[in-house]
Design a protein around this ligand. Structure first.
Ligand SMILES: [Zn+2]
Length: 487
């Protein structure tokens, strides 16, 4: 466990000029310079140091979680979040504040109940996965068949699955980079569809999470139009352990489940946008993204209220800086990341014609944890500028990690348009204890870590918006990226 006193020490002690050691270059050649001047780096350090004293983001997050709370796409909470965001951006002095409408799916959680009937009756803590159909009113009662993952499911004879409830037992591993998530989440995404195709009546999964709380983790399941739709629930990790212990007895385990979730017609939400205009080239943009929606069980404090607050506060600090950068900072609070990336896809579609004006994109969607690393996806001749940007963050403990940034779930949708991106890696080792659970609440957020995140994005955005030559076009992304690890 980290102590707050320790973090404060790191934040304030390490910022001496000597520690910064920027890789500055001599006088810039007009508008085509590929690197930053000493003066630009000094201004970025000023922005950084002000961010480390500023609680605007933390107070925004307090406001979002207390006044809006859960905001699943298409719900009244989502509409309240859009209204909240418009009001906050205007109050903080953003320009061109607007909501761009986005069509979103509409799924509502009902009540769910899971009971083990035999050999030893018990009730399990469970939640429906997002998108799960309801059970028949009388519920589904069947024998449980344990399966580790989708690979094992594919090897099992379908006759063993037909008429049964499949229990996916695979555990998510804790990791600083959150990489356990990408491996574990496949059963949440596709477990129901694959088990349904083989005749199963329903699935339960071990929660995709690293905690030992009796709080199940929800999250989206992916369904294609040709899939057989069967109910899909997640058990808390302790309940999954208990179910495994009953199965280990070798006796058949019978389960009864009921679930009353429902679907309605798609409805409207919005991407909320606000801008800090640049002083020389206001049509050119640096995008700071986060997602405004959340799951419905908690108040979406880390996921992704923190990102909303951090990016908004970072842009506002730039707006208040003594010298604004050449280009505009555009904050985009995306609609419905959690349940299909609706907002990011709509933004990429509707802003494709101005892709060339987007100089760089970044997204905060891995919780407000300790920043550890910077990744970029820029042409090779821009890497010296990226290293200068990292040098301003080095006193905060941020190292450079390579030119393989994904842009994350939402801003990653801009990479196919050739828009360069950067990722800020944070310590994700505790994030998946509360991700998509009722425990994702404001009290779990450390204000000092929020400040550090704001400082990092404010520095990166200020410098990116002021690099004379810009960042050109992004090198092509590989077919698979790290994106799923971050949702
Ligand atoms: Zn998220």
């Amino acid at each position: 466990m980290r102590s707050r006193a320790g973090l404060l020490g790191i934040g304030l002690l390490a910022l001496s000029e000597a520690a910064c050691a920027p890789v500055a270059r001599a006088a810039p050649p007009a508008s085509t310079a590929l690197t930053f001047t000493d003066d630009q780096l000094a201004r970025a350090r000023e922005v950084r140091d002000r961010a480390l004293q500023d609680d605007t983001a933390y107070e925004l997050l307090r406001s979002l979680t207390s006044r809006v709370g859960p905001r699943l796409a298409g719900t009244p909470g989502d509409a309240a979040a859009v209204a909240w965001a418009l009001e906050q951006l205007r109050a903080l002095g953003f320009q061109n504040v607007r909501a761009e409408r986005v069509k979103v799916p509409s799924w509502r959680r009902g009540e769910c109940r899971v009971e083990l009937l035999s050999p030893w009756p018990q009730t399990c803590a469970a939640v429906a996965l997002g998108g799960s159909p309801a059970t028949p009113a009388a519920g589904i009662e069947a024998e449980v068949v344990p399966v580790t993952n989708l690979d094992e499911l594919a090897r099992i004879d379908s006759s063993r699955l037909a008429g049964r409830i499949v229990f996916f037992t695979g555990r998510m591993n804790r990791a600083t980079d959150g990489s356990g998530y990408g491996r574990a989440v496949t059963v949440r995404s596709r477990g129901a569809a694959e088990a349904g195709r083989r005749g199963a009546l329903a699935i339960v999964i071990r929660s995709v999470g690293t905690d030992r709380n009796r709080l199940p983790h929800t999250g989206a399941m992916r369904q294609d139009s040709s899939d057989t739709r069967i109910p899909a629930l997640a058990l808390s990790n302790p309940d999954a352990d208990m179910l495994e212990d009953q199965l280990a007895s070798g006796r058949p385990v019978r389960m009864r489940m009921t679930n009353t979730s429902s679907w309605a017609d798609s409805t409207w939400s919005a991407n909320v946008i606000g801008e800090i205009p640049g002083r020389e080239r206001p049509r050119e943009l640096v995008v700071l993204g986060a997602h405004l929606d959340s799951w419905d069980l908690g108040t979406g404090a880390h996921d992704d209220g923190a990102g909303v607050a951090i990016m908004t506060a970072a842009a506002r600090l730039i707006g208040e800086a003594k010298s604004r950068p050449k280009r505009t900072i555009r904050v985009v609070l995306f609609a419905n990341e959690e349940f299909g990336l609706s907002g990011a896809r709509a933004y990429a579609r509707e802003h494709a014609a101005e892709a060339g004006l987007h100089v760089l994109g970044m997204e905060s969607d891995l919780g407000a944890y300790l920043p550890l690393g910077l990744r970029s996806r820029v042409p090779a001749d821009r890497l010296p500028a990226i290293r200068q940007m990292q040098s301003v963050l080095a006193p905060l403990g941020v190292e450079y990690r390579g030119n393989d940034a994904s842009g994350d779930a939402d801003v990653g949708q801009l990479v196919p348009l050739g828009i360069p991106v950067c990722d800020l890696d944070t310590d994700a080792s505790e994030y998946f204890d509360l991700h998509h659970t009722a425990n994702d609440t404001f009290d779990k957020v450390d204000p000092l870590l929020v400040r550090k995140n704001v400082a990092c994005y404010a520095v990166l955005a200020w410098l990116a918006a002021d690099l004379p030559a810009g960042f050109g076009r992004a090198p092509a992304a590989p077919a698979t990226t790290a994106t799923p690890a971050r949702r």
